[in-house]
Design a protein around this ligand. Sequence first.
Ligand SMILES: [Zn+2]
Length: 288
Amino acid sequence: MSRRFTLMLIPDSGKQVRRMVVSHRLLFAVLASALCCVALLGYVVADYYRLQFDQQHFNRLLVQNSEQRQKLRKLTQDLDGLRREVIVLAESEARVRSSLGVSDEEATSVPIGIGGALDTSTTGMTELQKQINSLRLAIDMRRESQEEVRNLLNDKHSLATATPKGWPAKGWLTSYFGMRPSPYSASRKMHEGLDIAANTGTAVTVTADGVVVKATTEPGFGKVVMVDHGYGYRTIYGHNSKLLVKAGTRIKRGDKIAEVGNTGRSTGSHVHYEVRLNGVPIDPRKLL
Ligand SMILES: [Zn+2]
């Protein structure tokens, strides 16, 4: 059997009281529906706020994304600038190498991977990282290559300062390098240097950087200086009147080492100037 409820609506004024008889089931159904409605409304409201929150979050992400894109573009441009500088460096180094007469295919070529310009609109992080790695590699290569060029320049400079050059004294040539009649006998004899006549006391200067090997008196050369220049070069200055250096002295091209004289087997005041390369006398006239 179903229970019933009577609902009474009593107005303020003296109008008729309204009554409504409802079944227990109906009342339950109405209450349940109302509860459902409230729950649904709650869900809709909550969902709305969640959407709002998501939208804001999304907008923030959009802004962040756009900022990062700009930063990435800037980085890509910077990287591109660096890449160009490396290429310019490689080119200028190639010019130095070619002026030195040495080339290095590997070092002067533009490194693979940094040849083309970057597309700043599509470059991603992975591509950027790849570019950075190849740039680092290129810079390392440049460093090694320039080290090599520096050494070459140093060698070239050392060789240049070690190679005899110029006259050892102001004077005039009286005897050349080669076979000549001996001034002391009838036979022809090899003259292994140049004779430069000059007044006694004229400065004798060394023709390249080096170290004095000996500064002594010998029966043939008289007061003689021998200098070692490295790279196989040695020079000899004979018949001096006065020696101004000692064995072991380090000297530079142009330093005064002796004074012209007529000591030893000599027939007049002059310098006997000899250049030896790896122990073999060579014609000093080629180096005057
Ligand atoms: Zn001589």
